[in-house]
Design a protein around this ligand. Structure first.
Ligand code: AMP
Ligand code: ZN
Length: 493
């Protein structure tokens, strides 16, 4: 019997503004779509946090036995500067600045994105479609929106008629905005735009002669609007009405609002049952963002090569730090926070290592079944990872007490403890045991890390003789150092 029969998740649905019991449209199956990155630059840690929240959700749904089809797209066309309907395509702009092909930009940053996610131990999505691979689907979608009277063409571009749509539907249903307020708050058209109303949004844009990324369509040689790709790709792979749609908070309006309107206007039905929004990662108390320059890239944090943190952090420590906050809370990235997470993470890993050699007894002084249920209760309450971690630390305390003889455990309870910790720590939270990864010896890991740091210092001082000596002598002792952009790791023979 799958676990989902006995474990019922309550999740916060942005659409209703309430926690609801999660009931998939088809029993046992979950369709989940998450808006992926626009691949015009390296992802920053804020982007990573949003995708990590949904990776954790994907992992827990799978753990409960659901068959999950997780679709996360790559935006490689149509996303204009300032998330607006005018301006240059973000990817084309970068390509122009670097004097290379837009598709070279796409390739470079898609590879970077995948490398980062692999470093943080993400599970790959089931399907990762691209906007440029689904131009035909997008053209078909626009055609049906026009046929249903919700789209209009001006000078080769097509716009969504928000006012017409709002007569029979509710534009703003997700973000709780009212069209009247939007009208009130937007400045009048300056006569430059083809739109009937400023609230309308582009479905298809006619390409200027200089615009490189263009495709033929019934209306013009041009390119699709940014909001369109997600409606086209999500419904292609998950059906016209699917279970979960996720993304960062900042995408709620207008992006997700427009996705809903496009589906309603073309198919006459709602797009999604549960809308989920992950909250923002901050740096220095302000939202991490490429455009304001207030961001840190994963490589800088992992190598320690930055002016913000005192040292390098391991990807699992960063993951643990992120999981200590609810996905719905704002999280501030600080050196103190990461240092505290590092300590907590190692306490957890040490306890896990201890579990292998614990003595068992004829009775347990801790109710392991009740504790296990508490782990599930935490996750079933809108994926509450901070409560889960606090509960895991009850077990850490218990394990340490067994070790020092002040608590006892039966073999059966120890087996449940081990199995549950493994499931939540490694499968659900997606952490990796660093010491297990290398040699199993914490002391050796610590010693080699000291040498790695000494070598880093030597290299910074341009003392390459010393840095080579450290590397070569470690190699002779059977310890290989592996340098990468993310920092130095080691393996042993
Ligand atoms: P983009 O490539 O800009 O479309 O962003 C990709 C994803 O990262 C979107 O889901 C954004 O909501 C999310 N995102 C951007 N900035 C942050 C941040 N500071 N914290 C968390 N998520 C973010
Ligand atoms: Zn999207």
């Amino acid at each position: 019997m799958p676990l989902y029969n006995t474990h019922h998740i309550k999740l916060y649905n942005t659409l209703s503004g309430e926690k609801e019991i999660f009931q998939p449209i088809t029993e046992g199956y979950v369709g989940m779509y998450v808006c992926g990155p626009t691949v015009y630059s390296n992802v920053h840690l804020g982007n990573v946090r949003t995708f990590m929240s949904f990776d954790m959700i994907f992992r827990y749904l799978k753990h409960l036995g659901y068959k999950v089809r997780y679709v996360r797209n790559i935006t490689d066309a149509g996303h204009l500067e300032n998330d607006a309907d005018v301006g240059e395509d973000k990817i084309t702009k970068k390509a122009r600045l670097e004097a290379i092909e837009p598709m070279e930009i796409v390739q470079r940053y898609t590879v970077d994105f995948h490398n980062v996610l692999t470093t943080f131990n993400f599970l790959p999505p089931s399907i990762e479609p691209t906007a440029t691979g689904h131009i035909i689907e997008q053209i078909e979608l626009i055609q049906s929106i026009i046929d249903n009277g919700f789209g209009y063409t001006v000078n080769g571009s097509v716009y969504f008629d928000v006012h017409k749509y709002n007569e029979s539907n509710e534009y703003g249903i997700l973000s709780k905005r009212k069209l009247e307020d939007l009208i009130h708050n937007t400045r009048a058209l300056d006569g430059q735009s083809d739109k009937k109303n400023p609230q309308d949004f582009a479905l298809w844009k006619k390409a200027e002669p200089t615009h490189i990324m263009r495709w033929p369509s019934p209306w013009s040689d041009g390119f699709p609007g940014w909001h369109l790709e997600c409606t086209a790709m999500s419904t292609k792979y998950l059906g016209d009405y699917f279970d979960i749609h996720g993304g960062g908070m900042d995408l709620k309006f207008p992006h997700h609002e427009c996705e809903i309107a496009q589906n309603q206007a073309s198919k006459g039905q709602a797009l999604v049952k549960y809308w989920m929004h992950a909250n923002m990662l901050e740096l220095n108390g302000a939202r991490m963002s490429k455009s304001t320059g207030n961001y840190i890239n994963p490589a800088e944090l992992l190598s320690g090569d930055n002016d913000i943190m005192s040292k390098a952090y391991n990807p699992s420590v960063i993951r643990f730090f992120m999981m200590q906050a609810s996905y719905r809370s704002v999280l501030d990235l600080t050196d103190d926070g990461l240092a505290a997470a590092e300590k907590g993470f190692h306490r957890l890993m040490d306890a896990i290592s201890l579990m292998a050699n614990l003595k068992t007894n004829s009775s347990s002084s801790f109710n392991v079944s009740e504790w296990k249920q508490k782990c599930y209760d935490a996750m079933n309450d809108d994926f509450n990872t901070p409560i889960l971690i606090a509960t895991l630390f009850e077990a850490v305390k218990f394990i340490n007490q067994i070790k020092d003889g002040s608590a006892s455990v039966t073999p059966e309870d120890l087996a449940i403890l081990k199995e549950t910790i493994d499931a939540f720590v490694f499968d659900v939270l997606g952490l990796v045991n660093i010491s297990k990864e290398s040699t199993g010896s914490d002391k050796l890991t610590g010693a080699v890390e000291i040498l790695i740091n000494l070598r880093k210092e030597a290299r910074l001082n341009k003392d390459f003789a010393l840095s080579d000596k450290i590397r070569n002598e470690l190699a002779e002792a059977g310890i290989q150092l592996n340098d990468s952009r993310e920092g130095t790791t080691f393996t042993t023979n």
